[in-house]
Design a protein around this ligand. Structure first.
Ligand code: FCB
Length: 461
């Protein structure tokens, strides 16, 4: 007799979530769509960046990616099969407005109309992100986010999308992760557009925040019916040791990553310690900018993957911390998520919060039609539990979204890093739900059953 050991399933988090809690799954345009020049789409800065030798680890690009542009119906069915309440996606600005100003592209708009209508037909709420990094190259040629005029082009784009889709969109996010666009795109230059200037990066951050605030004002003036907000990538920053120098470094890095965005959004000012540190590289700010940035939001999203650790001499390495790592080399630290959420609620008058991205890259093996990604499943379960812990501590959490629906183009890492709960075979474009997807669907069924029970009790009462 052959004994087969089946590992026990990953237990569901035991925390309770409100009935109206929004469970979702997320993607972004450039990472999945492909079709870079089809039906009138203009080039984005990521199309250009991928052509630079050495920019992408596996020398790949977004030309095909998950071929989502051509497989929309199939992917919508996949999303529906998960049983999620919401799908977070982004619009490729150069697909709908090839030059970033002026003419709109009807075929590009039609794609997102079909996407949104397809979601609604399946009972899924569309959460739309306007800017998940793929700026029209034509605007980059005029200075991109370093140029103040891009702020106004973005507002026009936001208004145009609201006119076309606003009646059907649950929530609009202006920008995904301004820190990444500013710092990785313009200071370290490892992401598009690949600039290397600290002054430029800070000006970009300011323009992103300003365009967020002005877009909110313009959308409300136009009568937008969507809930409006922004998405930040945040982490708690911990000192590597108890030394005074490491504590000071952690405080500064917290300033650059978290307070640099949260202070203007909620206090209409930049943190003074970071301004002092930046000196002449601080951004140029005009009268009225800070008040515009602090325009109240209806919700806010946080993308959380790991903690951050600061050491004054830069010597700290994740590999030596003793915590398990994902395939990105990022520490698995769910506690950091609840700590972060509690701290944000304590320090700022935050609106309802979402975790708009959370997930892990792991080395997956496709075995027949299964991927036994227990590591990813455990990662997701532990982070959902952390959200539940934050809720129990009074943080106004309203939703959680897994990154990502599909394995996809992971920016400078190319296709080597897989974040999907659905496996993609890039040769055949075959989609295979991994165990994590099956687990998430099962967990959501249990949540829905709990909701139904609660409804039953209410009716019975
Ligand atoms: C975030 C991005 C998202 C994805 C994940 C892994 O920074 O918003 O597109 O690449 O990281």
């Amino acid at each position: 007799m052959k004994l087969i050991m089946t590992p026990p399933p990953v237990p569901h988090p035991t925390q309770s979530f409100p009935d109206n809690f929004v469970w979702g799954v997320a993607t972004s345009s450039f990472q999945i769509e492909g079709a870079p020049a089809e039906d009138g789409k203009g080039p984005s800065i990521w199309d250009t960046f991928c052509q630079q030798p050495g920019a992408i680890a596996d020398a790949s690009n977004g030309d095909v990616a998950c071929d989502h542009y051509h497989r929309l119906e199939q992917d919508l069915n996949l999303i529906a099969a998960l049983g999620v309440d919401a799908y977070r996606f982004s619009v490729s600005w150069p697909r709908v407005q090839p030059l970033g100003h002026g003419e709109w592209n009807p075929k590009g708009l039609d794609f997102y109309q079909r996407l949104v209508d397809g979601l609604i037909a399946r009972g899924i709420k569309p959460y739309l992100t306007l800017n998940h990094w793929d700026l029209p190259q034509a605007l980059q040629d005029r200075g991109g986010w370093t140029d103040r005029d891009t702020v106004h082009r973005f507002t026009d784009y936001a208004l145009g999308m609201d006119r076309v889709l606003g009646d059907r969109i649950a929530a609009v996010t202006t920008h995904n992760e301004p820190w990444v666009m500013a710092v990785l795109g313009h200071e370290s230059g490892i992401f598009a557009p690949g600039q290397k200037s600290r002054a430029a990066a800070n000006q970009v951050a300011h323009h992103l925040l300003l365009s967020h605030g002005l877009a909110l004002q313009a959308l409300r003036a136009q009568g937008s019916r969507s809930r409006l907000g922004i998405v930040l990538n945040l982490s708690p920053v911990q000192p590597a040791t108890d030394s005074a120098a490491d504590h000071a470094q952690a405080r500064l890095e917290d300033g650059k990553l978290l307070r640099w965005y949260m202070d203007p959004l909620f206090k209409a000012s930049y943190p003074q310690d970071v301004l002092d540190y930046l000196g002449a590289d601080a951004p140029q700010v005009q009268d009225g900018d800070m008040a515009a940035i602090a325009t109240p939001m209806d919700f806010m999203g946080i993308n959380y993957y790991s903690r951050s650790v600061a050491s004054a001499d830069g010597s700290w390495r994740a590999e030596t911390s003793g915590l398990p790592l994902t395939d990105m080399g990022w520490e698995i630290y769910p506690r950091g998520l609840s700590d972060l959420l509690v701290r944000m609620h304590r320090d700022y008058p935050v609106p309802p919060l979402y975790v708009t991205e959370n997930g892990g890259a792991f080395r997956d093996a496709l075995e027949g039609d299964r991927v036994h990604d227990r590591d990813r499943t455990e990662y997701i379960a532990a982070h959902i539990a952390a959200v539940g812990d934050a809720l129990a501590q009074g943080v106004p959490m309203e939703g959680y979204m897994v990154w990502s629906l599909l394995d996809n183009f992971e920016w400078a890492s190319g296709y080597a890093k897989r974040f999907g709960i659905v496996h993609v075979d890039y040769d055949t474009q075959r989609r295979t739900p991994k165990d994590s997807a099956l687990w998430y669907a099962e967990f959501l069924r249990a949540q829905q059953a709990a909701r139904a029970d609660a409804g039953h009790l209410l009716v019975g009462a």
